[in-house]
Design a protein around this ligand. Sequence first.
Ligand code: AMP
Ligand code: ZN
Length: 466
Amino acid sequence: MSNLQLYSSISHEKETFTTYEPGKCGMYTCGPTVYHYAHIGNLRTYMMEDVLEKYLRYAGYDVKRVMNITDVGHLSSDADTGEDKMLKGARREHKTVMEIAKFYTDAFFDDCQKLNIKRPDVVEPATGCVPEFIHIIETLIEKGYGYLAGGNVYFDTSKLDNYNVFTKQESDEMAVGVREGVDEDENKRNKSDFVLWFTKSKFDDQELKWDSPWGLGYPGWHIECSGISLKHLGEHLDLHCGGIDNVFPHHTNEIAQSEAYLGHPWCKQWFHVLHLNTTSGKMSKSKGEFLTVSLLEEKGYAPLAYRFFCLQSHYRKSLVFSWEGLDNAQKAYLKLRGRTSALKDEGDVDAEKLAPFKAAFCEAMDNDLSTSLALTSVYDVMKADLSDAEKRALIADFDSVLSLDLLTPVAAQKSDDDAEIDALVAARQQARADKNWAEADRIRDELAARGIVVKDTANGAEWSRA
Ligand code: AMP
Ligand code: ZN
């Protein structure tokens, strides 16, 4: 196993990553609320979780990853008030909730595929697990943690010694109603209590409802993730992931109800990804205007250039999106991929020579997933005194985690830029004739970035698309 040091949102320090059962890792990811397209901020979170999953596999863990699909119960405010987001989406598009859920779930996985985000081993929609949620809620009521008020079932946070596990702030300050200035729910005994099961809410046209011991209703958002995780990953969870906004109240509430239900500690490690922001603030689905992968493609960006953009910075730092930043990332990415994909399977492969490069890559990733340093290891390999076959072997190895398709040639460019390439090839020939090697190399790299391979023959330079 590796010596992975991962930042813990609970201790606020880097800790050595361990699992309940050595060599096995149960990993849970909060999935998308499928009432709209995922924006590239959401996808930053999923991409960094994907890198973590792949690195754990690389390090030898047998990973089982589970993700929920939130298709019911996530209200417009995390304080359990407002409209169900799914209903809002259905109204917007004059469709049923299940039609909306299907459409945006498929769209989400299409985006994931474009960004080389692996599909989790288990993907479970919340609407498929309602009996499991009801069972947990019944147990919580029996144990004295749940109470009925005004028709809804609530979790009583005052029953816990330590509710705010992620922060030292007082509960009252953290109560979402107070924080967001939304209406307080009069039924709650304590401000930080939250809904486990809704039968009554401000609106009565909720489309999806289920029978329950407390009447016709639907589950709260938080119980979904506890229920789905317990169903597929058992009573001891190794790793739970999400975006930083999930820390409170969502993950705080998940811990409260899971541990109250189980009667013992539940999840070992919490991994949170900081947000992608625009220059005017956080990117958010509910604000309406947001960037999607399709929009990046329409503007001529390769989805994997966005992956490269994200990997250049650390997951625990907020990342500000700008077109200029993405432009630079795309140029650097295509140039690198042009060079790595042009490596031939030629020359000896000496395992001893590969070892220090692998060690540098692991050192970067072990240091709280420093993907920018891991990218530096790729550049170091390209500069090193190694055969092409050795370089290829190392790049393939690192790319099993980075997933940048570094050994796949960049797709051929449109043929109407042939004249431009002819001109570049001619300029390179001129630079060589002038013994201006730096300029000749610069042009060769530029051509490589466009997927162009130049061969010097007796008849002069010939080029082809890789
Ligand atoms: P949602 O579909 O709204 O439930 O969010 C899906 C995931 O994206 C959650 O893990 C959120 O924490 C995360 N998320 C939301 N907004 C952002 C953002 N601007 N940048 C990065 N991650 C985000
Ligand atoms: Zn969740």
